[in-house]
Design a protein around this ligand. Sequence first.
Ligand SMILES: Cc1ncc(C[n+]2csc(CCOP(=O)(O)OP(=O)(O)O)c2C)c(N)n1
Ligand SMILES: [Mg+2]
Length: 357
Amino acid sequence: MPRTTVYEAVTQRLEILDLDGQVDAELMPELDPNRIIEFYRNMVLMRAFDNKALKLQRQGRMGTWPPIQGQEAIQVATAMAMEESDWLIPAFREQAVMVLRGIPGHVIYAYWAGDERGSAFPDGVRCFPIAVPVGSQWQHGAGVGLSLKLRGEQAAAVVFGGDGSTSEGDFHEGVNAAGVFKTNTVFVIQNNQWAISVPLSKQTASETLAQKAHAYGVPGIQVDGNDIFAVHVAVTEALERARAGGGPTLIEAETYRLGDHTTADDASRYRSEEEVEQWRVKDPIPRLRKYLEANGLWDDEREKSLEDEAREWVDAQVEALEAMPPQPPEAIFEYMYDEMPPHLEEQMAALKAEVEG
Ligand SMILES: Cc1ncc(C[n+]2csc(CCOP(=O)(O)OP(=O)(O)O)c2C)c(N)n1
Ligand SMILES: [Mg+2]
């Protein structure tokens, strides 16, 4: 019997905006200039939101914080391509998508300040809680996508995760199930090259993460995740496919975590400054600014007024966070169940007695 090729696959990578702010005219999507300015504005606001949280943590006003510096393009483009009817299933480094979906900034701050009210999202915002167990959210993404399909909703489930989480079984189970059931799911991997101190090279022997989609019969694509136009195109295509019942897509967005893993980490202990510098020049924000300036859409005056807006908005989030009335200690029991089970009632009573002395 001859040996025959039973399967061959190609994985594509999409890049539109180069480091000098020039675009590939053939690949550039039709976008209203105001929308492109909005891309930029949101990235700047989200970076300011992030920087402030780091300062609050150093001042003892925040528990911990997972910075997104360098990853803003993926989050802003995805949030802006989503409709209200789509669901977001975040991991733990998606605060920009969450804010842009309608969760107030101070609520996200509250979560990382250790306050249970940080998981109480406004009614109608279709967003799952933050998932800290690495990878668990991938299967939720498949499940929500299946549910939307069964209900006949023209909506998508957008689930995020990091490069490290693709080594968890949950990732493979999630993408596999989504492929089998053709769920309305968009899987977005934020490949920021590191899982705390573990580099991508220790995570997988695959050339790309996008190619893993082939094994599950799902379309996969790699994009330059620091190129907001490329992310916009890939996510929009995937959302349209999912909403129309055309099945899931896996997007690997290549980026870099310019900051530490969290405020409890010191990345200089495991990676070189040269590596960080190599990625700093690919920073999505100055890159888009160069495009805007070259096209007469931006100048120093606009930048200054955006900086003022960002500062004011971020300060308002901090004020709202710190104006939240403190919670009584027994609040730690109150959010898990609609009706508190007897063993928790007992523990709560014991704590109350202890506190009241
Ligand atoms: C199941 C599980 N194992 C380990 C951890 C500790 N942990 C938290 S984040 C993280 C690395 C995640 O890396 P990646 O998926 O690349 O996401 P990134 O932090 O880079 O955004 C680890 C190991 C955890 N939260 N859950
Ligand atoms: Mg990572």
